[in-house]
Design a protein around this ligand. Structure first.
Ligand code: NAD
Ligand code: TDX
Length: 372
């Protein structure tokens, strides 16, 4: 089993990354080392999501957690971090992540997702020289003392019809600027392993939901709009299908792959939990009605069909047999339980929502990081 002393987590102020850091430092992971969180703090990154972790030791400092505000494309900065903190593992979450934004402005997606991943890989290749075998297929790779783990998405596989599943061997067929940029990053990761022998693992996960997700994504957007009596915008006919997974289950899978996965392999992660958007919304309405006391009929009246997303993928569904049989992973949070937890979290954390919407958490950064 691989262990790590100093993990570089990129994008750790975002939705999945912040949940991962909390899982590693306070959850059941068994991780005993230190985390260096490199995040640019774009609109989607919010250090307030980890305020409790940063201040766990009472004086605003936690010896197991270091936050660095910076860009993964900044090669000199990444080199310094590798050297100063003796990085032996990378979990690469940082990305532009919203499909609708990629349609309106694809450039940032190519820059961060492709060029940023390239910069990280290339620094890892040189910083770790001598710590891994440059020969592809080395039998010792699985015991490598260093590892680059790349976080990716099921969207790289394209769109499914009514039947079938994405497996690890499904050919890539990305169809949005977001998924194309993620596919490009996946190819670079595998190429660095194949060509230079860089020890990598890669996971492709289905749609995540849970606390700290930026309220532009379907589930938190709908919860907040219901709470505020705003329209619930359903794209197209509402029958597009996604496979939903609670964020903690994604992160337990990632950690398992990092510890025990085979180097050079990719693993699919999924909820085995397919929902048409409109059916999911009906389910969410029932839960919000129960939690707030608002009549479900008044919430249903807010449903508004709007113009479809251009190139909207019809169906995603993950086959995660490899992860389950090879590493023994399984989902632990049912959809009804996960949705209820998520609804309660958004209803009881209005300040977090208000701050990410207004960007006012930047004042919090000024206040809390003024001495750096
Ligand atoms: P997010 O948008 O919530 O967070 C992304 C984080 O990356 C933010 O904190 C942002 O500030 C940071 N970032 C962006 N550009 C950066 C740069 N140039 N340098 C440093 N930091 C930068 O995203 P998320 O939903 O948490 O997704 C995290 C990863 O998981 C992404 O790689 C995404 O493709 C992947 N993924 C997401 C889902 C999902 O459902 N959300 C599913 C599968 C895979
Ligand atoms: O207002 C909305 N109305 C609506 O009908 C929004 C925001 C979305 N939708 C639909 C589009 C999708 O079919 O809901 C579905 C989910 O949409 P998003 O939350 O935008 O997620 P998706 O496009 O599926 O991508 C997500 O999952 C895969 C993440 O944003 C990606 O980062 C991840 O890779």
């Amino acid at each position: 089993m691989r262990t790590f002393k100093n993990l570089l987590v990129t994008g750790g102020a975002g939705f999945i990354g912040s949940n991962m850091i909390r899982y590693l430092l306070t959850g059941p992971s068994g991780f005993a080392g230190r985390i260096i969180n490199l995040d640019l703090l774009t609109y989607a990154g919010n250090p307030e999501s980890l305020a409790d972790i940063a201040e766990q030791y009472g004086k605003g400092t936690n010896p197991r957690y270091v936050f660095v505000q910076g860009d993964i494309c900044d090669r000199a900065l990444v080199e310094r971090i590798f050297k100063d903190y003796e990085i032996d593992g990378v979990i690469h979450f940082a990305a532009e992540s919203h499909v609708d934004r990629s349609i309106l402005g694809p450039e940032a997606f190519v820059r961060t997702n492709v060029m940023g991943t390239f910069a990280l890989l290339d620094v890892a290749r040189t910083a770790w020289a001598g710590r891994y075998s440059p020969h592809h297929g080395s039998a010792s790779a699985d015991n490598s003392p260093v590892l680059f783990h790349h976080i990716s998405t099921d969207e790289v596989y394209g769109s499914l019809g009514e039947t079938g599943y994405f497996t690890e061997t499904t050919p890539y067929d990305p169809r949005s600027p977001y998924s194309a940029s993620k596919a490009g990053s996946d190819h670079l990761v595998m190429a660095y392993c194949h060509t230079y022998g860089l020890p990598v693992t890669l996971t492709n996960c289905s749609n995540n939901y849970g606390p700290y997700q930026f309220p532009e994504k379907l589930i938190p957007l709908m919860i907040m709009n219901m709470n505020e009596g705003k329209p619930l915008p359903v794209y197209g006919d509402g029958k597009n299908i996604r496979d939903w997974l609670y964020v903690e289950d994604h992160n337990s899978a990632v950690w398992l792959v990092m510890q025990k996965g085979r180097v050079g392999e990719k693993y699919n992660i999924g909820g085995e939990n397919e929902w048409q958007n409109i059916e999911l919304l009906q389910e969410l309405i029932n839960i919000v009605a129960e939690e707030t006391g608002k009549p479900a009929d008044s919430l249903r009246a807010l449903i508004t069909y709007v113009k479809d997303r251009p190139g909207h993928d019809r169906r995603y569904a993950i086959d995660c047999t490899k992860l389950k049989t090879e590493l023994g992973w399984k989902q632990s949070v049912s959809f009804s339980e996960g949705l209820r937890r998520t609804v309660r979290w958004y209803l009881t954390n209005p300040t977090w929502v208000e701050h990410v919407r207004s960007g006012s958490y930047r004042d919090w950064i000024e206040k809390n990081y003024e001495k750096r």
